[in-house]
Design a protein around this ligand. Structure first.
Ligand SMILES: [Fe+2]
Length: 528
C-alpha cells in the first residue's frame, strides 16, 4: 500500500507531544507509551498479515474517539511474539487518504495480546475521520470513524444500529454486512459478542478450541470472531458503543455465581480473564481495574448534542444472584411462586450503578433518553397453577429493581425514555408501565429489543404464549435474525426491525419485518 506524504517538522512533533499528553491522561491508553518519531518506520518484516483481525473505533466523544487493532502473530512470525512492538496510528480527514492529519506511535506487547487502544484527541465534533495502523512492513485496512456532535449542538438526527447475540456457529453475520453499508452514526452492541459454549444441534461453522476458561482461551475465541469479514467490515465502517451480557464470560452468570455453583473465587478469576480478553479486543477507553482485576467498569453515558443521552448499562457484573435457582443445575430458569422475587434488596445494576443511572436520568436535559442494556425489560410471564411465571435471568427476575427504575421515570415525569435491549433473540416492541400489563398503571416508557445477529430464537409456541399473556407487548417475533435500525429525531424515534429467516446463511439478505415509532412527549409504541 502506498504511503501518503505527512506533515513534517515542528507541527508533527507538536501533534505527537499533544498525543503523548492525551495518552497519558487516558486511564488505560496511558500504557501505550508514545514512541520517538525516528522509530516510526522501524519494525518487523512480516511473513503474514499482522492486521488480520481488522480495525475498530468506539466510544465517540465530541473531541475524541478510541482507535483499536490487535497484531496477530501467525506461526511464521512467532519470533516477534515476545517483543514489544511499535504501531503507528495514522489519522486522515478524507476517505481517499489525501489529507493526513497526524501520525503517532504507541507501543504494545504480549501482556495485552499486542492489542492497541489509541485515543485520538483534539478532533472536531460531528465529523468523520479515517484511520489506519502501520507496523514494520504491514499496513492495516482503513477504518472510518465519527465523533459525536458538540454537547450544545441542536443536532437533528442520531442514526444507530442496535445489535446483539452473534453466535459464530449458529449463522453468518449478514446483519453486520448490511450495517457496514448503512449511513450510521454509531453501532450500539448490547451483548453476547462471543459465545463461550456450543450447541451441536446448530452449527453452520465451528468454534476453534473448547469452552474458554483461561485468558489465552478467551483471547483465542475473540480472535476467531474478529476474523469474520462481515464483522470486520462493520467495525471498520462505524464507531461502536458497547456493553456486554453473559456469554462474554459464561452463560447466565450473575456477579460471582456461574451456572454450576462453582467456587465464587474461581468464578471471579475466570471473569477477570474474560473481561481482560474482552477489553483487549474492543475499542474501549477503560480497561480492567488495576487494583481489582476482576472488575471492569463498562457502564457509561454518551451525549449526542442536545438530542439524546445514551446510557450503556452493565446488567451482569453487579447483579444479585438468581432468585429460586434450580438447586442442582444453577443458572437461569422459569420460576413460579418464588417469594424471593419480592425481596427489595435484590438488584440488577448494583447499588452504585443504579444510583448513578437514576441521578443521570432525572437530571438529563436532552430530549431523548436512550437506555441501552443487555436484556428485555418488559414482562414475559404466563399464567401457571403456582401464579404468573418469571424468567429469573431477565428483568422479570428482578421485578422490584425494575419497579424502582420505572417508578423513577414516572415520579420525575420524564418524557421520551426509550429502553433498548437484546439477549432474548427476538424482536420486541413493548410499552412499559410501573405495573406491567395493568391498564390502570400508565405507560411511562417504551422498549425496543433487537433480535440476535445469528443466535437461535425460542419456539413460536412459546413466543405466542408470551404475546397472548402480555398485552403491553405490541410486537414479538423470535423466528428471524438481524438487527434494528433506530433513527432518533426530535419529533420521534423510528425503528425498523431488519431481519432474515433463520439460520442466517452467507447469501441471505435482510428485509424489514416491522416498523415502530415513538412520538416525542407520548410514551408507548405506535406502528411506524
Ligand atoms: Fe444471546
Amino acid at each position: 500500500m502506498s504511503r501518503d506524504p505527512w506533515p513534517t517538522g515542528q507541527s508533527s512533533r507538536r501533534d505527537l507531544h499533544r498525543m503523548a499528553l492525551a495518552l497519558a491522561l487516558a486511564p488505560w491508553a496511558s500504557a501505550c507509551t508514545p514512541a520517538p518519531l525516528r522509530s516510526l518506520s522501524a519494525g518487523p518484516q512480516w511473513q503474514s498479515d499482522p492486521f488480520a483481525l481488522g480495525v475498530a473505533s468506539g466510544q465517540p466523544q465530541p473531541d475524541s474517539v478510541v482507535l483499536w487493532t490487535r497484531l496477530r502473530m501467525a506461526q511464521a512470525d512467532a519470533a516477534h511474539q515476545a517483543q514489544p512492538q511499535t504501531v503507528v496510528c495514522e489519522l486522515f480527514a478524507d476517505e481517499a487518504l489525501r489529507q493526513p492529519l497526524r501520525q503517532w506511535a504507541v507501543q504494545t506487547d504480549a501482556s495485552r495480546a499486542h492489542s492497541v487502544h489509541a485515543l485520538a484527541t483534539g478532533l472536531q465534533p460531528g465529523r468523520s475521520y479515517w484511520y489506519r495502523f502501520v507496523c514494520g512492513s504491514a499496513a492495516s485496512p482503513v477504518g472510518r470513524t465519527r465523533t459525536s456532535p458538540a454537547l450544545n449542538d441542536k443536532v437533528e438526527r442520531l442514526r444507530l444500529a442496535l445489535a446483539s447475540c452473534q453466535h459464530y456457529e449458529q449463522g453468518y453475520f449478514v446483519a453486520h454486512r448490511e450495517m457496514a453499508q448503512r449511513d450510521l452514526d454509531v453501532v450500539l452492541f448490547v451483548g453476547d459478542y462471543i459465545y463461550e459454549s456450543s450447541n451441536p444441534k446448530y452449527q453452520v461453522r465451528q468454534h476453534s478450541g473448547g469452552v474458554p476458561t483461561r485468558l489465552d482461551e478467551y483471547r483465542q475465541r475473540h480472535a476467531q470472531y474478529k476474523t469474520d469479514p462481515d464483522l470486520q467490515a462493520c467495525h471498520a465502517a462505524h464507531p461502536w458503543v458497547m456493553t456486554w451480557d453473559d456469554h462474554e464470560v459464561v452463560n447466565d452468570y450473575a456477579d460471582d455465581e456461574d451456572n454450576k455453583f462453582s467456587d465464587p473465587q474461581a468464578v471471579l478469576r475466570r471473569r477477570a480473564a474474560a473481561y481482560q480478553a474482552y477489553f483487549e479486543h474492543m475499542p474501549l477507553r477503560l480497561g480492567p481495574d488495576a487494583q481489582q482485576p476482576q472488575r471492569m467498569r463498562i457502564h457509561d453515558r454518551m451525549a449526542w448534542g442536545q438530542l439524546a443521552d445514551v446510557w450503556t448499562l452493565d446488567c451482569r457484573q453487579y447483579r444479585s444472584h438468581h432468585a429460586c435457582p434450580d438447586p442442582n443445575r444453577g443458572g437461569a430458569r422459569v420460576v413460579a411462586g418464588c417469594a424471593e422475587l419480592q425481596d427489595a434488596s435484590r438488584t440488577m445494576l448494583g447499588q452504585a450503578q443504579e444510583a448513578w443511572f437514576s441521578q443521570g436520568l432525572t437530571q438529563s436535559t436532552r430530549r431523548w433518553k436512550l437506555v441501552a442494556q443487555s436484556t428485555q425489560m418488559s414482562s414475559t410471564g404466563v399464567p401457571t397453577p403456582l401464579g404468573r411465571s418469571a424468567f429469573n435471568d431477565g428483568w422479570d427476575g428482578y421485578p422490584l429493581a425494575r419497579e424502582r427504575l420505572l417508578g423513577t421515570i414516572a415520579q420525575a415525569q420524564l418524557k421520551d425514555v426509550l429502553i433498548l435491549g437484546g439477549d432474548v433473540h427476538m424482536n420486541v416492541a413493548a410499552n412499559l408501565r410501573v405495573q406491567a400489563n395493568d391498564e390502570r398503571s400508565p405507560v411511562v416508557a417504551s422498549e425496543l429489543v433487537t433480535t440476535s445477529v445469528s443466535s437461535r430464537g425460542m419456539s413460536e409456541t412459546l413466543a405466542k404464549q408470551i404475546r397472548d399473556n402480555n398485552p403491553d407487548i405490541q410486537h414479538l417475533r423470535s423466528d428471524e435474525r438481524g438487527y434494528t435500525l433506530v433513527d432518533v429525531q426530535a419529533a420521534g424515534v423510528s425503528a425498523e426491525f431488519r431481519s432474515t429467516p433463520h439460520p442466517a446463511m452467507p447469501a441471505s439478505t435482510l428485509r424489514t419485518q416491522a416498523q415502530w415509532r415513538v412520538n416525542s412527549g407520548v410514551a408507548g409504541l405506535v406502528r411506524g
